[in-house]
Design a protein around this ligand. Structure first.
Ligand SMILES: NC(=O)c1ccc[n+]([C@@H]2O[C@H](COP(=O)([O-])OP(=O)(O)OC[C@H]3O[C@@H](n4cnc5c(N)ncnc54)[C@H](OP(=O)(O)O)[C@@H]3O)[C@@H](O)[C@H]2O)c1
Length: 244
């Protein structure tokens, strides 16, 4: 069976760790580059990588998505490591922040939005640009981004909640759509998706579903369901289309 290699950002905890665990369990041929800002202080990720079933299937990569130079170095490190057999098959842009929730729309300062844009948009741009050449060498050619219901003008535009974060995720959706338009004709599948309202650290463990449930659903309905016809789609973790 030929391998299929994912790179997941923000794999230290919460959804990123959940996706790493669920993909390794669901796909025996899968290997994961688990990218984390500080892998040495991510004990759950380290323990997962050391499980017998995951031997030689996980590469821990130090990656702070905001640090453009470090991201470029990390791509070189990965290429030189010998872990990749035929490039990368899929990028999962998961690392994200939700900051300055409490500020009302009328009181937002540029800095409130920038705090969110730095990771949720510029971080994704950094990682995508640096790792696209490796994705070009793989056969999967898939790019996934963790978007949010908060990016949906139709579903979230008419309330006052999370304005700075919502602006960043809406901007991410526009960029992903443009990326899909550029890369789709070259055989790539670019998908953005809402992972559910999940009981992670981001939500102080409040939410409709656990991280494990959300990860299993995303694996089944988004990662394994990806196909070229879905290029440019904005999906829900159930696999249905999200309203823009
Ligand atoms: N949870 C939800 O209900 C929900 C809903 C919609 C969308 N989302 C999106 O899903 C994604 C994951 O959310 P989550 O709930 O798992 O968030 P979380 O519990 O806050 O975890 C965030 C993850 O992102 C990483 N991260 C933050 N800044 C980073 C940086 N500069 N470089 C590298 N990694 C960085 C964190 O790493 P450290 O451990 O180093 O801090 C951590 O692994 C986010 O993009 C979020 O916006 C979540």
């Amino acid at each position: 069976m030929s391998t299929f290699t994912y790179l997941i950002t923000g794999a230290s905890r919460s959804l990123g760790l959940g996706y790493t665990r669920a993909l390794l369990a669901a796909r025996p041929e899968a290997r994961v580059v688990a990218a984390a800002r500080n892998p040495s202080s991510a004990p759950d990720l380290q323990a997962l990588a050391k499980e017998d079933a995951n031997k030689d299937r996980v590469y821990l990569l130090q990656l702070d998505v905001e640090d453009k130079e470090q991201v470029a170095k990390a791509a070189k490190e990965l290429e030189a490591s010998g872990f990749l057999q035929n490039g990368l098959d899929a990028l999962i842009h998961n690392a994200g922040v939700a900051l300055n929730h409490q500020v009302k729309p009328s009181q937002l300062e540029p800095e409130h939005v920038l705090d969110n844009l730095n990771v949720n948009v510029f971080g994704v741009l950094n990682v995508n640009k640096a790792f696209l050449p490796l994705l070009g060498k793989g056969k999967g050619k898939q790019v996934f981004s963790l978007s949010s219901v908060c990016a949906s003008l139709e579903q979230w535009g008419n309330n006052v909640m999370t304005p700075a974060y919502s602006v960043s995720k809406a901007a991410l959706n526009m960029w992903m759509s443009k990326l899909a338009a550029e890369l789709g004709p070259k055989g790539y599948t670019v998908i953005m998706f809402h992972p559910g309202y999940v009981q992670t650290d981001m939500n102080q463990s409040k939410g409709d579903i656990t991280t494990e449930e959300a990860a299993d659903l995303a694996v089944k309905n988004v990662f394994l369901a990806a196909k070229p016809e879905l290029n440019g789609a904005f999906l829900r973790y159930s696999g249905e289309k999200m309203p823009w």
